[in-house]
Structures are given as C-alpha cells and as structure tokens.
Design a protein around this ligand. Structure first.
Ligand code: P1T
Length: 379
C-alpha cells in the first residue's frame, strides 16, 4: 500500500457491530471480565484501548515499523525512551533541539545519573569523537528545531551500529510523509504527534515507532507502568487528522518554499534557515533522506535586534504568535523567549538561536495572504 492509502486506511476497519466507517471512540476506563483474568487483551484502558490501537497501527504503517506506542505528549514519549537507561550511561544529543527536550534531559534525567552530551552532528563522522565506553544512545533531531539543520541519518545509523548504540530520531519536523528514519537504520522514531500528524492544533500527543520486539517489550512495559497514555478522544482526532497528512504536507512544503524564497531576498532579513536552499549545509543529505523540505523555517533580522524581532512577531495577522507548529494555520514564534527559553543563552547562541531569530510554521493558507502578511509585518 502507498502512503496516501495507508494514511486513510491503515489500522482501520469498519466497526464489526455497525459497519461505522470511522473508528469508534472507546470512551471507557475498564473492560468487564467473565471470570478473573479471562480477558482477550483488554483489561484496563491504561494498558490498551481499541481507538488507541487503531492509531498505533496506523502510525506504525506510516513509519514502516512493526510497533507503535502513543503517549499523552511528545515529552511523554521522550521520557519513556530516557527511562531505558541507567545511572552511568551517556547519551549523545543533537545540540540544536527543542528546548523542552533539552530541559528534560538536563533538568530531570541528569539528576538520575545519566549524562547528556550535546554534540554538533552536522558532520556525522565527527560524532565518533564523543563516543566513550559509557555511550548508549544517539538522540538525533533532524531537521532540528528551530534552525532546521540536517543530520545524515544513514551515517548516524552506521556509527550507531559500529559502536553498538541505540539510534533514536525525533522526526517531528519532517513527519512520516517526508522522512522515514527506520528505513535509514534508526532503532526508534519519536514524534510529537501534536504537530503535523494531528495537524489541527487541537491535540497534544506523542509516539514511538520501532521494529525490534525486545525494545517494544521494554517500552511497552514503561508505557503501562508509568502511564503517560493518551485518551480515546484524542486518538480519534489524530486518526482523523492523519487522513489528510499527505495533502497537507504537500501544501506546507509548497508554501514553506515560497516564504523561504521571499524572506531570503528581503533587505531587512539577514539569514534564512530552510533546508531547501542549495547552499545550506547538508542540502544534499536533505534531498536524499527527505521527500521535500517541509514547512518549518527560521530567520534573523539584520542588526539582530530583539526589539525589532518582537515588533515583527506582534505585527503579523495571519501568522499567529504562538508556540507549537505543524497545524494548518501559520504560526510565528520567538524561540529565545518561547520554545527555547530553557536553554542557557550561551548554549543557544552557539547553535544560532540568536535574540532576533524568529521561527515560522508555515501553514496551508493562501500563499498570497501569507506573503502579504510578512511584508507588512517586517515593514
Ligand atoms: O509538545 P509535545 O507534544 O510534548 O512535544 C515535544 C516536542 C518534541 N520534539 C520536538 C521536535 C518538538 O518540536 C516538540 C514540541 N515543540 C513545540 C511545542 C514547539 O513549539 O517547538
């Protein structure tokens, strides 16, 4: 089955009782048993729910994986992966990542004796210099949040294999429509389902997809034991959102390109970070591992003035000033004070998250209105 067909049908059969074409919302916390312990897999809804099952099957199919677990947020999914590790273990993490991931690793899991080293992964070969006998995992985000750097997943997978490390890829910015890390050698794919998968800014959810049965057993155990599971209504909303993922992504990519090209030629704009530019580092890698370049981009204003960045972010009308990304509506954000505020200034400056950096999640509105809005806001 091709992607568009899977997006609409994978994991979803007509309801056997009524023929309902849409997956029912099994809004229940428990299931009745005939005698103690005699259930057909459904005992308590933290462990299993049919609406969630359908979504997990659909997501597994979209990423080309055997297993999927959905969580109550993207952070819940990352938390479950981090719980696989023990005091003394070391994890190499992409240096330019979502601020919440940085915060969880440095402010929560570091207290449990796990070491996180933030590494520039753009030159994949150089990652090897940071590997020690304690290293257990590569945590890779590509394209990165917020400066859309591209990391070579096949090269990371080769390195991980050579050194016996787990490779986990946060695929949120690309979505499974643009990039499938398992096929490139990753062990686990993570998504903030809140973003492109949900697609309508109405659900917070996360997911992990993998092929290895052993790894699935461990993560499934953490999932059920720790309990960061999504509810059936949210599972339904995401199943519905995914049905248009391919169509939305095509438009996100098309609009993203037009906005990136517009900004690049604007006299008040300094740098534009969008992986589709031929002179962006690893553009060739992006072409190889992604179907298109996505709808996320960021840019700085000439002079790097935080006041001018704030002024622009407050003036847009079609682009709403808000955290998050990947919904049908366009958003503008100021990473230094919003999504990446928990990263110390000197760390964020090292990866290009300057005071004037603005991030756009380009939605699927009419491109003329989007460009007009940016034009009037830049002034
Ligand atoms: O928000 P949540 O569903 O918990 O997902 C966390 C997360 C993980 N990984 C990436 C790459 C992300 O972008 C996020 C969430 N990001 C935002 C809310 C944001 O505005 O960047």
């Amino acid at each position: 089955m091709k992607f568009a067909t899977k997006a609409i049908h994978a994991g979803q059969e007509p309801d056997p009782t009524t023929g309902a074409i849409m997956t029912p919302i099994y809004q229940t916390s428990t299931y009745v048993q005939e005698s103690p312990g005699t259930h057909s897999g459904y005992a308590y809804a933290r462990g299993k729910n049919p609406t969630r099952d359908a979504l997990q099957k659909c997501l597994a199919a979209l990423e080309g994986g055997e297993y999927c677990l959905c969580f109550s947020s993207g952070m819940g999914a990352i938390d479950a992966v981090a719980k696989l590790f023990r005091p003394g273990d070391e994890i190499l993490v992409t240096d330019d990542i979502y601020g919440g991931t940085y915060r969880m690793f440095t402010k929560v899991f570091a207290h449990f004796g796990i070491t996180f080293k933030f590494v520039n992964m753009q030159d994949a070969e150089s990652i090897a210099d940071h590997i020690t006998p304690a290293t257990k995992m590569l945590w890779v985000e590509t394209p990165t949040n917020p400066t859309c750097k591209i990391i070579d997943l096949e090269a990371c997978a080769a390195l991980a294999k050579k050194h016996n490390l787990m490779l986990c890829v946060d695929n949120t910015f690309a979505s499974p429509y643009l990039q499938n890390p398992l096929a490139l050698g990753a062990d686990v794919v993570m998504h903030s389902v809140t973003k492109y998968l949900g697609g309508h800014s109405d659900v917070v959810m996360g997911a992990l997809i993998m092929n290895d049965a052993n790894l699935y057993e461990q993560l499934n155990f953490i999932h059920n034991s720790c309990g960061a599971v999504p509810g059936p209504m949210d599972s339904f909303l995401v199943l519905r959102g995914i049905k248009t993922l391919h169509v939305r992504m095509d438009r996100h990519c098309q609009n993203g390109r037009a906005v990136a090209e517009f900004l690049r030629t604007h006299p008040k704009v300094d740098k534009v970070y969008w992986p589709g530019f031929e002179d962006m580092p690893n553009h060739e890698v992006a072409k190889r591992q992604m179907k298109d370049f996505g709808g996320m981009l960021s840019f700085t204003l000439r002079g790097d003035s935080i006041e001018e960045a704030f002024a622009m972010a407050s003036k847009t009308k079609v682009f709403s000033l808000a955290e998050s990304l990947g919904g049908v509506e366009s958003l503008i954000g100021h990473p230094a004070s919003m999504t990446h505020a928990s990263i110390p200034k000197e760390e964020r400056l090292k990866v290009g998250v300057s005071d004037s950096l603005l991030r756009l999640s380009v939605g699927i509105e009419d491109i003329d209105d989007l460009l007009e809005d940016l034009k009037q806001a830049i002034g």
